[in-house]
Design a protein around this ligand. Structure first.
Ligand code: BGC
Ligand code: CA
Length: 418
């Protein structure tokens, strides 16, 4: 009996020693960014992931505001450039649409925003919608091709330009997914436009893309030479530069603000500081965001950057998408923020926006905020590829996670709870 008791006690002691080595990871800061934990079919937020612990937040941008802005930018352009727009003179403004990822909230919003603005939107039957009050009600499914206007998921719209009424038709749309499953795939878009040209030729008057990666692939492969107006999203440096060569416009989702917020929320949670330090109120180094740049939704613990249109009118100010913003890149002293180690994933090493714009911005602010960040780049297809490389979470003070699929937050949470 005594011996048994001694063994139990020894076992308990062992456990007590063993537990702290593992435990604790589930209490560390977890910042989801760019891919919002959510159901990829319904868009519903994954509140378990967003409230994983009291140091968990999401940082993204306002997808709806940006999508409406992209739609408006396109329509404003059409209204101002009626002459020569209808390339074959058939009275139809035909456009093609490059869709990024049918299960990604950002992509869905942009498809909806473009369709609503262009008058081609129908209510989203999958969501049980029968009318369109806001872009959230719009059907966002790809149509394949639509030579005669009879496709499901869209209808023909109309627009009056300089006193003449044109039909607006979505001639084709497709999710740009490559053969191994990576979405938002620029090379796939470059190939698609060649196929669409084969089917539609000079019926294609406008190119709309859910992002600049795909938009620029189409521009370089085809639209630049043909002089066909092309619109993207992200304001990557190469796309902004191309405005000088005829790329018509893009939307800045303020990657600088988002990269800063991703690291700032880590800094604050690591320091046990108020979450709004350096955000709504200046930190010790004077870093602060002006409130026209972002908003915070406390109920869902989500920070959203706001978007701005970048067109021929203002693009010069956006040429360097990787420049640090002087208002929030002041160096924090180590006394005000000790160096901490962060594990940070990027879902796809080939994603244009994340690698060309977001990561360089993260590097700016990581240095200023004394965060030692390990960047782990995924293949865009397999979540395990990222998670398996989080071999020992105990080595890190916090985590910033960009998932392959927005449904997959639980896999990361399990890893941190092991
Ligand atoms: C960007 C896309 C990018 C995606 C990755 C979006 O916000 O606009 O360019 O591919 O994020 O998740
Ligand atoms: Ca036409």
């Amino acid at each position: 009996m005594k011996k048994n008791l001694a063994m139990v006690l020894a076992a308990i002691m062992l456990l007590c020693v063993a537990i702290p080595a593992f435990a604790g990871n589930e209490e560390k800061p977890v910042i989801w960014f760019n891919r919002q934990p959510s159901n990829s079919t319904t868009g519903e937020l994954d509140m378990d992931a967003l409230t994983f612990n009291d140091k968990t937040y999401y940082v993204g941008f306002d997808a709806k505001q940006g999508a409406e802005l992209q739609g408006k930018m396109i329509v404003d352009y059409l209204l101002a450039h009626g002459e020569g727009l209808d390339r074959n003179g058939d009275g139809i403004i035909g456009y093609v649409l490059c869709i990024g990822d049918v299960g990604h909230n950002d992509s869905i919003a942009r498809t909806r925003g473009a369709r609503k603005a262009l008058g081609t939107a129908i209510p989203d039957a999958l969501q049980g919608k029968t009318e369109i009050a806001t872009i959230d009600d719009v059907d966002s499914q790809p149509i394949g091709t639509n030579p005669d206007g009879s496709a499901d998921h869209v209808k023909d719209g109309s627009i009056e330009i300089d006193g003449k009424t044109y039909i607006v038709r979505e001639l084709a749309s497709q999710e740009m997914k490559n053969s191994s499953g990576a979405t938002w795939d620029a090379p796939t878009a470059g190939n698609a436009i060649i196929a669409w040209e084969g089917s539609f030729g000079d019926q294609i008057d406008v190119v709309v893309s859910n992002n600049d990666g795909m938009g620029m692939a189409v521009f370089n492969a085809w639209a630049k030479e043909k002089g066909v107006p092309t619109f993207g999203y992200d304001a990557n440096s190469d796309a902004v530069a191309a405005i000088a060569d005829g790329y018509c416009g893009t939307i800045s989702q303020n990657a600088d603000v988002q990269a800063y917020l991703t690291l700032r929320t880590l800094r604050n949670t690591l320091d046990g500081a108020d979450i709004m330090v350096g955000i709504s109120t200046p930190d010790a180094a004077g870093n602060v965001l002006s409130d026209d740049l972002y908003y915070y939704d406390e109920a869902t613990r989500c920070f959203y950057a706001l978007n701005g249109a970048v067109t021929a009118d203002n693009y010069e100010a956006f040429l360097d998408a990787t420049a640090a913003n002087p208002a929030f890149s002041n160096q924090l002293s180590e006394a005000d923020g000790a160096i901490k180690k962060v594990w940070l994933s990027i879902y796809n090493s080939a994603d244009n926006f994340l690698n060309a714009t977001y990561v360089p911005q993260l590097k700016n602010y990581a240095a200023a905020l004394n965060l030692d960040v390990e960047y782990v780049l995924g293949d865009g297809q397999t979540e395990a590829n990222l998670i398996d490389r989080l071999g020992n979470p105990s080595e890190y003070d916090g985590f910033a996670i960009n998932m392959v699929k927005t449904d997959n937050a639980a896999s990361y949470m399990v890893k941190l709870m092991q």
